[in-house]
Design a protein around this ligand. Structure first.
Ligand code: BG6
Length: 481
């Protein structure tokens, strides 16, 4: 099966922070991939913008190396052809340099996207400058990376500042998890199949587990991370988005505001988290590895790099079905999944059913994207009616054929920006509602003298996180099992 590629309209994409890590590692290689599959039209232009005083050639030479690093089998001729679409302007975001050049470079009547891959303190100044320089045409749109604020007040202020320069329909707040193929597949699975939706409620679902585990620590980005912590860095955005897509009601149409309205309702239905329902952790030194505090270069750090929590969505569909969220650094494996665990049959006719774990639908985000349905069947052979559990397994790569290349989240999201499709981007009220729910947890932690629980690198997180499940007579799925 060959992926269908529909070319987008001509565009000017201005990438602020073009020499930065995210731009060189993800955004520009992502655009290159879209170019090679024919989605970028001939008239598309990418304008790298950053503070460094580089010539266009120097920028392109460095970019060529970054593309090869990100995509080792990239064809030299393709890179050369792609670089013909790329120019560079040295801009001082808070000063005068470069702005007049940028204004002259942009074409009229062509889609223009301003992608801000810069620190959040520059979002508002750049947006204001774009507006005062007359560059915010009707066809303009602005893309901002996370973090979008660090609490409700800062997110609200940022929304207001961006709102003075762009309408909500022009603002694209990125959460790259929404661009992941399997996250979109979650919507297809739920709303394009008649099979699951009748069971998708507290009557049939015992609980849901959402895990985003990483094997890497925070070495190299400890300074940023220590100010943020896992709750702000991962839960407020990625895990909450996964929770929303799992828990939301079917939107009436697959349209940006219809989908985002339903996600917002989920966030607003979340109960406050009781202090006993959340565990935070920090990896300690072990197995030859340094500790979180070493990596954060802060021997007294109380920031968490692991969070596990029990969350209740208070509405008719989910009352009585908890959602357990878990994320952490330096765990046994890199593994992201949503596990929907079904209730047992109301009456067991088989005595051997006592110890089974029950049906579960596991949606694997990474690695090895796919879906597994855990079923109970009869253990083959004589010896009575013994039961066993087997996975009904579908790996997307196998099911769709080896010629389907799953695009990186950024590729999908950037093309959506050009197409003007905001479905997979967070709306301003959604981001604020998420902070409104997160803020009391942060405040509790700030006022408490308790420290994050230590855990061993390469394990499954602190003991307390296991207890969070055990006390409810449930257990986490194995990380990397
Ligand atoms: C980022 C976080 O948003 O997502 C990082 O800031 C995290 O801390 C990353 O490592 C995880 O993304 P992915 O796509 O590798 O799961």
């Amino acid at each position: 099966m060959v992926a269908c590629v529909i070319p987008v309209k001509p565009f000017d994409l201005v990438l602020f922070g073009a020499t930065g890590d995210l731009a060189q590692r993800k955004i520009l290689p992502g655009l290159f991939q879209r170019f090679t599959v024919g989605q970028m039209p001939d008239q598309a232009r990418i304008i790298g913008a950053a503070r460094s005083a580089l010539s266009g050639n120097a920028f392109r030479t460095a970019l060529s190396a970054s593309i090869l690093k990100a995509i080792p089998d990239a064809v030299a001729g393709d890179i050369t052809a792609f670089l013909e679409h790329v120019t560079y302007i040295s801009i001082d975001a808070r000063g005068e340099r470069g702005w007049a050049d940028l204004a002259k470079t942009l074409r009229k009547d062509v889609i223009r996207a301003f992608y801000l891959s810069v620190g959040p303190s520059l979002f508002a100044p750049i947006a204001a400058r774009l507006k005062t320089s007359g560059m915010t045409t009707r066809e303009a749109r602005i893309v901002v990376e996370k973090p979008f604020g660090h609490d409700l007040n800062s997110a609200h202020a940022l929304n207001a500042e961006l709102g003075q320069c762009f309408s909500e329909g022009q603002i694209y707040r990125i959460d790259h998890y929404l661009g992941k193929e399997t996250v979109q597949n979650l919507m297809a699975l739920r709303f394009a199949n008649a099979l699951f939706e009748p069971l998708w409620n507290s009557q049939h679902i015992d609980h849901v587990q959402i895990t985003v585990a990483e094997s890497l620590g925070v070495k190299g980005r400890g300074e940023y991370y220590d100010k943020s912590g896992a709750l702000r860095d991962m839960v407020q955005n990625h895990l909450m988005q996964l929770l929303c897509l799992t828990a939301m009601e079917p939107p009436s149409r697959f349209e940006p505001n219809a989908v985002r309205d339903e996600k917002l309702k989920v966030i607003r239905a979340l109960d406050p988290v009781a202090p006993g329902d959340i565990v935070r952790g920090q990896y300690r030194a072990g197995n030859g590895d340094e500790s979180y505090r070493d990596h954060a270069a802060n021997p007294n750090s109380r920031s968490e790099c692991f969070v596990a929590m029990k969350v209740q969505v208070s509405n008719w569909r989910w009352a009585g079905t908890p959602f357990y969220l878990r994320t952490g650094k330096k765990l046994r494996a890199r593994m992201s999944e949503i596990a929907v665990v079904f209730r047992d049959p109301p009456h067991s006719i088989f005595p051997a059913m006592q110890n089974r774990r029950g049906n579960a639908l596991i949606i694997r985000l990474q690695p090895d994207e796919g879906i597994t349905l855990r079923m109970t069947i009869k253990d083959p052979g004589p010896g009575g009616m013994r039961l066993t559990e087997v996975p009904l397994d579908m790996t997307f790569a196998e099911a769709l054929g080896s010629d389907v290349i799953v695009p990186d989240a950024y590729e999908r999201l950037i093309m959506d920006v050009i197409r003007g499709d905001q479905t997979l981007f967070m709306r301003g009220d959604e981001v604020e509602a998420a902070w409104d729910w997160i803020d009391p947890i942060e405040q509790d932690w700030a006022e408490s003298s308790a420290k994050p629980a230590p855990y061993d690198p390469g394990g499954s997180g602190p003991e307390d996180a296991l207890m969070l499940m055990h006390r409810d007579a449930r257990r986490w799925r194995e990380i990397g099992g």
